[in-house]
Design a protein around this ligand. Structure first.
Ligand SMILES: [Zn+2]
Length: 443
């Protein structure tokens, strides 16, 4: 299997709001290699059974072992820790979707450096001059963020009925997505023969697992890498990773600590909560709840952005084709990658897995404009964009934060062959994109 693959097939699974991409590389000797990039959902499609993720895990298992009983899953990539990317890796007494994936005995599990298990709290990430592989991470910071997200979700649940519904819904949704998913995290840490914790510019060491495929890591940057982050640190060393959780904690204290409990505005007043306020004053309590909820939502969004920016960004070059899988990396992570020498590789992208379910700041214009294979429908070797998303779950139309963003989807549709999981009709489980790797590279 020394020669490169002759074809690549992408199965983009319909998970609702989330991501699950299985890449198959097929070789001239009929052997195959498989790479699973993310497996999670926070909201299933309306027509899906609750057991959809288990069904998808079994489908992945069938695809991996189709030609060869007992074949292994070669690579698993968990781009970042959000539930909509890892919840499918959760285990349940041997019967969960994550158990099925672990049963495929992955050779390598790739995660961002921020997930590496031995973690000094103030670690800036691996030193570029030293070994390529991460050894430590800011686990403490990540788990603190998740504790706070849990409190936000609880707040939304306890007070949701009294809050404007758009705020309550966003608070619950983003809070849920940031909750820790311990069994999935643990499964990812232990199911691989080896783990690679990667960062911008490192060698992901996948040459054995994926012969003939060049894998470039464009993100996440370490905290040593970006100038902007260094400047921030000189001003306040806690700014980048820790400020948001701290602001969140302070906000919680201001609200009396335990948001899940029904707050009492006048704790010493007689304890029938319904008669605690005069009827004509109750509007004020509702306003205060709304203001608190909006503050919390801002903080939870900040946590959410930070977590997205830990996303692994992979660029694969194989048989003259270039494939880009950016997870949910947002503008800040891209700014670093776009200034680096690796950015030159973006010109050749043939297949773009659209970042962050189609949110605008995950496909910055400075990234999109680098893809030279954009063009009208008639363009030969035209760029293909693959979108995994679900309308109405994230952001809102009024302030142009809706996901997927209308203007981006229109641009993707005009300038590339756009394939979206939302186009699927039940019982189809996935979109398929075939790449012929034996054809000469396009213009
Ligand atoms: Zn996501």
């Amino acid at each position: 299997m020394d020669s490169p693959p002759v074809s690549a097939t992408l199965f983009a699974y319909q998970v609702g709001f989330g991501d699950c991409s299985l890449l198959r590389f097929s070789y001239a000797d009929h052997s195959r290699r498989h790479m699973l990039i993310d497996f999670g959902a926070t909201d299933l499609p309306e027509d899906a059974e609750p057991s959809r993720l288990l069904a998808l895990a079994r489908d992945i298992q069938a695809k991996v072992t189709e030609h060869e009983a007992g074949a292994r899953l070669d690579v698993v990539v968990a781009t970042h820790r959000h539930a909509d990317h890892i919840s499918g890796f959760a285990t349940r007494d041997g019967a969960g979707s994550g158990d099925v994936i672990a049963g495929l005995r992955p050779r390598v599990v790739v995660q961002p450096w921020t997930e590496a298990p031995e973690a000094p709290v103030d670690w800036l990430g691996p030193d570029i001059a030293a070994d390529h592989q991460a050894f430590a991470a800011r686990r403490a910071a990540l788990s603190a963020m998740q504790d706070l997200a849990g409190q936000a979700a609880a707040f939304a649940q306890a007070h949701g009925a009294r809050l404007p519904s758009a705020i309550a819904q966003q608070l619950a949704f983003i809070g849920q997505d940031n909750l820790s998913n311990l069994s999935a995290v643990e499964n990812l840490r232990t199911m691989g023969e080896r783990c690679e914790y990667v960062f911008h510019g490192c060698d992901a060491r996948l040459a054995d697992a994926l012969p003939g495929v060049a894998v470039h890591v464009l993100g996440p940057p370490t905290l040593r890498q970006p100038d902007s982050i260094r400047k921030q640190r000189s001003r306040d060393k806690d700014e980048f990773w820790q400020l948001a959780p701290r602001r969140f904690a302070l906000a919680l204290e201001g609200l009396g600590g335990d948001l899940a409990a029904d707050r009492q505005l006048f704790p010493d007043a007689p304890s029938n909560p319904k008669s605690r306020l005069l009827m004509e004053h109750r509007w004020l309590a509702d306003r205060i709840d709304s203001a608190n909820a909006e503050l919390l939502l801002g903080l939870v969004r900040a946590l959410d952005d930070q977590m997205n920016n830990t996303s692994v960004i992979l660029l694969l070059q194989v048989g003259g084709k270039t494939l880009l899988f950016p997870g949910d990396a947002q503008l800040e992570a891209w700014q670093y990658a776009l200034r680096s020498p690796l950015a030159d590789l973006l010109a050749g992208v043939d297949l773009y897995k659209v970042g962050h379910h189609g949110s605008l700041n995950a496909t910055p214009k400075s990234l999109w404009s680098r893809f030279t294979k954009r063009g009208d429908a008639g363009r030969p070797q035209r760029l293909t964009s693959v979108l995994s998303t679900m309308h109405g779950k994230y952001g809102k139309d009024e302030n142009n934060t809706e996901v997927p963003r209308r203007t981006l989807v229109a641009e993707l549709d005009a300038q590339s062959t756009l394939i979206s999981t939302e186009q699927l009709v039940a019982p189809a489980l996935y979109q398929v994109v075939e790449l012929d790797l034996s054809a000469p590279p396009g213009p």
